[in-house]
Design a protein around this ligand. Structure first.
Ligand code: PLP
Length: 419
């Protein structure tokens, strides 16, 4: 593994690797096939599904950043999650957290319904539940910390020690923090999974995934499966994702600085009943966050006062936050998990995971945080959540349009003359 620091690895890995022309940035190889050097003599690459230089540079960079032996780049985050399940036979048990990513939950439960694996759902944020795992004797334990959307933490050291005691493999979905802020392999995790769609690419313009294995042997087995089932990522996607990854460290610094300011603002607001952010001293696992993370990340969730109507009026009136799913891009996104990201969950399971109708999740972007807080403040004062619906969703939306019109930049002949 490289002795360099993470920011340097992210920026420099693969730079100046071009032997032919000395291109500083690794060139894009779109070719699906590669000529043989001679009869029966393959070069490094033969066919695009099995290997591609752009995919390899991204995989190596991520493996180094996570401290793993081998990385595999997949077409989507979900195909990375699916890849890890290839290690299971039909009588193997997979333990998953009750509040894991909705798409992962849907995949795991669908595979179980088809008899492809056995499943046990547990609240892994409670240390008393960890002992239960010993009796279950799973083949694989899945963790996601902090979890989506209410940012609960799993004690990585404690659960890896349980996994070792019962001979289980352990996989961590590290999407929410990225390798800039947390490295589960350091704590004994065997497999790290990412949706690179989020912070790693960081610009909301590529869907992709990655699996990083702690050992070469496990990495080779997973890479064999990725080629076998044909889920490896596209060259151009890998090229763009690597470009995004170059700035991961600086982006995350700003994401979390802004997130911290917004979390503190929300905590002081009379219109908010609870804020979920591991950086706040009020977060029940603040100390654990300090112990296993190098930062608190850019995601903040909160419960707005009132009911779903207050949430709807609030969410549709903001102008510096886009009402959208996904996270980790430079622009701020806001979402209502109950009707958006977690709509596919059974209502009972959803409520048990802490996703009620008043829960709102923000992926805090890297804009000037003064503008973001001013927008939140304007809309709180307009809607006054929890005070018996002061304005309806339609009125709030109209107010947003009025503000946008007032604020919009008007071109004058002097401006257009410059073009
Ligand atoms: C988005 C996400 C996924 C799925 O990734 P896609 O790129 O959308 O397929 C998996 N886990 C987490 C935590 C995510 O946020």
């Amino acid at each position: 593994m490289s002795e360099k620091n993470k920011a340097t690895i992210a920026v420099r890995h693969g730079i100046e690797a071009d032997k032919h022309h000395g291109a500083v940035v690794p060139p894009l190889y779109l070719s699906t096939t590669y000529s043989f050097a001679d009869f029966d003599t393959k070069r490094q690459y033969d066919y695009g599904r099995s290997g591609n230089p752009n995919r390899d540079i991204l995989a190596e960079t991520l493996a180094e950043l996570e401290g793993g032996a081998k990385g595999i780049i997949t077409a989507t985050g979900m195909s990375a999650v699916h890849l890890a399940t290839q290690l299971l036979n039909s009588d193997d048990t997979l333990v998953i957290p009750h509040d894991c990513y909705g798409g992962s939950y849907r995949l795991f439960t669908s595979l179980e319904k088809r008899g492809l694996l056995k499943l046990k759902v547990l609240d892994l944020t409670k240390s008393e539940n960890l002992q239960e795992i010993l009796a279950i004797k799973p083949k694989l334990i899945w963790i996601e910390t902090p979890s989506n959307p209410i940012l609960r933490l799993t004690d990585i050291k404690a659960i890896t020690s349980i996994a070792k005691q019962c001979g289980a493999l352990i996989a961590a979905d590290n999407t929410f923090l990225s390798p800039a802020l947390q490295n589960p392999i350091e704590f004994g995790v065997d497999i790290v999974v990412h949706s690179t769609t989020k912070y790693i690419n960081g610009h909301s313009d590529v869907v992709g995934g990655a699996v990083i294995a702690a050992t070469q042997e496990l990495g080779d087995e997973l890479a064999w499966w990725a080629n076998n089932i044909g889920i490896t990522g596209a060259p151009f996607d890998s090229y763009l994702t690597l470009r995004g990854l170059r700035t991961l460290n600086v982006r995350l610094k700003q994401h979390q600085e802004n997130a911290f300011a917004i979390a503190e603002y929300l905590e002081s607001s009379p219109y908010v009943s609870q804020v979920y952010y591991p950086g706040l001293a009020s977060h029940p696992q603040h100390e654990l966050a300090k112990a296993q993370q190098r930062g608190f990340g850019g995601m903040v969730s909160f419960d707005i006062k009132g009911d779903i109507n207050d949430a709807a009026a609030f969410l549709t009136s903001l102008k510096d936050f886009s009402l959208a799913e996904s996270l980790g891009g430079v622009e701020s996104l806001i979402c209502h998990p109950a009707t958006m990201t977690h709509a596919g969950m059974e209502p009972k399971a959803r409520l048990e995971a802490g996703v009620g109708d008043t829960l709102i999740r923000i992926s805090v972007g890297i804009e000037d945080v003064k503008d973001l807080i001013a927008d939140l403040d304007r809309v709180f004062n307009l809607v006054k959540p929890g005070q018996g619906l002061q304005v309806t969703k339609a009125e709030a939306k109209q107010a947003q349009q009025d503000t946008q019109q007032n604020a919009s930049f008007k071109l004058t002949p002097a401006h257009t003359a410059l073009w």
